[in-house]
Design a protein around this ligand. Structure first.
Ligand code: S3P
Length: 163
């Protein structure tokens, strides 16, 4: 099977679903956030605070350019990767893009006050604004859209039945 790419806003369930899909299909999981943290040997929060967001975005683009040349991967993207149109051609080349769409209320419940995510520091209004701005951009690149507002098993079953 070719690569399966999970995209969506922070808290949409990409990481958890990625783990379940990788186990189910016996495929390797690459979580772009974890991969970047491993290569940089520091946390996302550290990268943002010492190098700034643009540096992190550059790392994301380099990584997806590299991953498009590999096969049989479940790729779970950091929330900003598919929100950056520069990455869309690489994502389309890399595999089938599944967008996990979680309601804004549930998203806020899941991510508000999470210190490991630098972009939640601006609070609820800022998160909602970012969510609304990104939604259509995610939809542009998605091959499949799945509602992930419910529990993870429901999302897992929905994705499996589509695949
Ligand atoms: C970001 C989402 C995070 C991480 C970074 C930036 C974003 O990943 O890449 O904090 O811009 O939405 P998750 O979506 O896994 O939280």
């Amino acid at each position: 099977m070719n690569n399966i790419i999970l995209c969506g806003f922070m808290g949409s369930g990409k990481t958890t679903l990625g783990e379940s899909l990788a186990e189910h299909f016996g495929m390797e999981l690459i979580d772009t956030d974890k991969e970047i943290e491993k290569r940089e040997n520091r946390s996302i929060a550290d990268i943002f605070s010492s190098e700034g967001e643009a540096y992190f975005r550059g790392l994301e683009t380099e990584l997806i350019k590299e991953l498009k040349n590999r096969e049989n991967l479940i790729i779970s993207l950091g929330g900003g990767l598919a929100a950056n149109r520069v990455n869309h051609p690489y994502l389309k080349e890399a595999g089938r893009v599944i967008l996990l769409e979680c309601s804004v209320e549930e998203t806020l419940r899941r991510i508000s006050g999470d210190a490991t995510r630098p972009l939640t520091a601006g609070g609820r209004e800022d998160i909602v604004e970012r969510y609304n701005k990104r939604k259509p951009i995610y939809e542009e690149v998605a091959d499949i859209v799945v509602d992930s507002s419910g529990d993870i098993n429901r999302t897992f079953n929905a994705v499996i039945s589509i695949l």
